[in-house]
Design a protein around this ligand. Sequence first.
Ligand code: ATP
Ligand code: MG
Length: 403
Amino acid sequence: MGNCWGSRADTTTTTPSTTGNITSGVISSTTSSSNISNKSQFSASSGGEDGHPNGQILPSPNLREFSFQELKTATRNFKGDTLLGEGGFGRVYKGLLENKHSSKSGSGWVVAIKKLNSESVQGFEEWQSEVNFLGRLSHPNLVKLLGYCWEDQELLLVYEFMQKGSLENHLFGRGSAVQPLPWDLRLKIIIGAARGLAFLHSSDDRVIYRDIKTSNILLDGSYRPKISDFGLAKLGPSESQSHVTTRVMGTYGYAAPEYVATGHLYVKSDVYGFGVVLVELLTALKALDRNRPVDKQTLVDWIKPHLSDKRKLKTVMDSRLEGKYPLKAAVATAELALSCLAQEPKARPSMQEVVDSLLKIQGMAYDKPRVSRRNSSGTAAVRPHGHRRQNGPRSISSQFSTI
Ligand SMILES: Nc1ncnc2c1ncn2[C@@H]1O[C@H](COP(=O)(O)OP(=O)(O)OP(=O)(O)O)[C@@H](O)[C@H]1O
Ligand SMILES: [Mg+2]
C-alpha cells in the first residue's frame, strides 16, 4: 500500500447511485445506451502484444461490463483468501471468471478485481479516470483493464491478473516466498516500466501518469512489468508548459519537488518519480520509511550524495544482490537516477532517453576477473567480481524470458 495524500477541498466528488454507461470515452449516467459491446471478448494477454508492440490508443474504451453478481461469484463473495492486497481505492481480490463455453468445472479466466471502498478517499473520480485512460490505452507494459462494474453503490474494476505481484513486494517483502531479484532481472523490469511511461508521454494526448512507484509496477508470470493504476493520470500540456492542479495528489517520497511546492505538474514530474524507483531498485530501501532515523526517512534526501560517488554507492547497494552486479552498470544507473532527480524539470531526461540509457546499461558486461591472491601452487585464485558461484542458489532470472 502506498502513502497517498490528497487535499480535496476544491472538488466535490459524488459516488453515483445509478448504473452508468461509457460513451466515447466519457462516463455518463444520463444516457441509456452504452457503446460497450457485451460481446467484448478478452484474453489474459495484453492488447499491446496483439500486433501492436509499440502500443496503441483506442478511440473509446474497449471494456466489458460485468454484473456485481458475476464478480461476487468469481471471488466467492469477496472471501478473505482471495484478497491480493489493499490500496487507497479499496481491496484487490483474485477472481475466477467462469468460462460459459466450457463444461469443465473450474475452467475460466483468472483476473484481479478491485472493489471501491465506500469510505475511499480516492473515489469515483479515480475509478472514472482508470476506465477512461486504461480502457483506451494498450501497450505491453501497461496492465490491461478488462472491464468494470457500476451497479447501485458498487464500483469495481477488473484487470488481467499479474501473477508475480508488485515490484514493491519483491524489493521490500520478507519471508521465504520472496526471492531477491537478481541484477539482470531488475534491469529488465525497470526497462519495461520505463517503456510504459515513455509510451504515455509520447502519445498525441500526452498522459502524465502521476503515480509511478514500486507498488504500481506489477509483474506477470514471466516477470514482464506492467504499470497499473491510472486513477491519478492527467492529460498533459506540451513539454515546457505545466498543468496547474489545485489539489496535489500522489505518494509521499515519489512526488517531484515542483509539484509538491506549487502544484505545477509536468510530464517531467513523472521522470522524477521514476528516478526515485531507480534508487529503490539499487538499494532496496523504501522511498519513505517513517521507521528510519529522521534524517534518513526520505530516501532521496538521504541517498542522493551517495549516487555520484562509486565508493559510497557500494555501501548502499542492496545487500541481497551479494555484490553480483556489474559495478559499471550500477554506477551508470545511479548517474541516470541522479539526472532524473534534477531539481529543474527541464534538466531531467525524457522517458525515451531514460529507456535508451537503460538499454546501454543492460549491455554493460560484468567486470573483468581480478586476480585476488595466489594460492600455494602459485596459480591465481580468481573470483570474477559480480559472478555467481557455480553451486550458489538458483536464481529466478532463469525463469523469465522477454520482458
Ligand atoms: N492486476 C493485478 N494482479 C495481481 N495483483 C494485483 C493487481 N492489481 C493490484 N494487485 C495487488 O493489490 C495490491 C494493492 O493494489 P492497489 O493498486 O489497490 O494499491 P497500491 O498500489 O498498493 O496503493 P495505492 O492505492 O496508493 O496506489 C498491489 O500491491 C498488488 O499486490
Ligand atoms: Mg496500485
